[in-house]
Design a protein around this ligand. Structure first.
Ligand SMILES: [Cu+2]
Length: 338
């Protein structure tokens, strides 16, 4: 009995030490959404449970090593099983696991709780950028702006491979799958004004690690004002609009505008140049060629770039948008000859 009391005290002290230690090192980033509150409560309970389990095993082991160390002339006892003990160590974990399953389903229900007034946004993943379609208002953005303390319903989808939408500060995560009818939903109610990042949480190709987008949580008034500005569409010259589409449709992930090679050919000095194709023939990069390259990327493949396929993003652009991008590409050659 004396041994049990001593071990119990040792286990209690170890549990508190490990639990406090794990809680103090800050395993989680900032908590910035309503949903993260439920996730973190669950996580915290897990941390204390594993601290106790760790202390239980290590406590008994350390105590036995020190107190029951075999003396030189001792033979040691032999015993076979202990039924009551085995029943106890089966029932208690079983109850614990069932209890956590219950807590988990409660947290899942909270995380998925729907607000009928949620802002509808479609997050489109594409190698290797994100695009956000504000379906209630009919505009597209390359940054995700959200109103604080209001729920946003984010439908995730992809134009090519499987990506995964993840903002660590909001805790929740959702796959972005290609294909019609494969949209998945994610509800986020941000609680802190600030700047965060969307990350892709599914290995999706060579630039996967750089597939980031800005998340900006704003006061509702500022958000509404931003929505108004966006609905008027990008103003300015075709070149300025083209520069805007270049970002929004994710062309920037693969095409540089300063000559640096990326996954695709740089656009600097492209217009009017002679382009060598994969089959050895050449074409002049005029408007028709650019138009075709954007709308039907596989029609003519540039030599040296046979291994990466350009995604068919251009098919979801309007003729005007494609024309704006062409004007933008042209302007990159004019600058050079200045
Ligand atoms: Cu990805």
């Amino acid at each position: 009995m004396k041994h049990f009391i001593l071990v119990a005290i040792l286990v209690a002290i170890l549990t508190v030490a490990v639990g406090t230690g794990l809680s103090a090192i800050g395993l989680m980033p900032e908590q910035a959404s309503l949903q993260s509150v439920f996730i973190d409560q669950l996580f915290q309970k897990h941390v204390w449970t594993i601290s106790f389990l760790f202390a239980l095993i290590i406590g008994f082991m350390l105590y036995s090593i020190v107190v029951f160390r075999r003396k030189e002339d001792e033979q040691g006892d032999h015993f076979e099983g202990n039924t009551p003990l085995e029943i106890v160590w089966t029932i208690i974990p079983l109850i614990t696991v069932l209890y956590f399953a219950y807590l988990g389903s409660q947290a899942l229900a909270e995380v998925r709780r729907a607000d009928p007034n949620a802002t509808n946004i479609t997050a489109v993943g594409q190698q290797w950028s994100w695009r956000f379609e504000y379906t209630d208002y009919g505009f597209i953005s390359d940054e995700l702006r959200l109103p604080v303390n209001r729920q946003s319903l984010i439908m995730t989808t992809s134009t090519d491979v499987i990506h995964s939408f993840w903002v660590p500060e909001f805790r929740v995560k959702q796959d972005a799958l290609p294909g019609d009818g494969m949209e998945r939903e994610l509800r986020i109610t941000p609680t802190k004004v600030g700047r965060y990042k969307v990350r892709c949480a599914e290995l999706c190709g060579t630039q996967h690690a750089y597939m980031l987008a800005d998340v900006i949580v704003m006061e509702p008034e500022a958000f509404d004002q931003w929505v108004q500005e966006q609905m008027q569409g990008p103003s300015g010259t075709p070149v300025e609009r083209g520069a805007e589409w270049y970002q929004q449709f994710g062309c920037a992930a693969c095409h540089s505008i300063d000559g640096t090679p990326r996954v695709g050919p740089s656009w600097k000095g492209l217009f009017g140049e002679e382009v060598t194709l994969a089959d050895g023939s050449t074409v002049i990069a005029d408007e028709a060629y650019l138009f075709e390259s954007i709308r039907d990327p596989q029609a003519k493949i540039v030599q040296g770039f046979e291994t990466v396929l350009m995604p068919p993003t251009g098919q979801s652009m309007t003729d005007e948008q494609v024309q704006d991008v062409i004007e933008f590409i042209k302007s990159l050659s004019e600058q050079e000859s200045d």
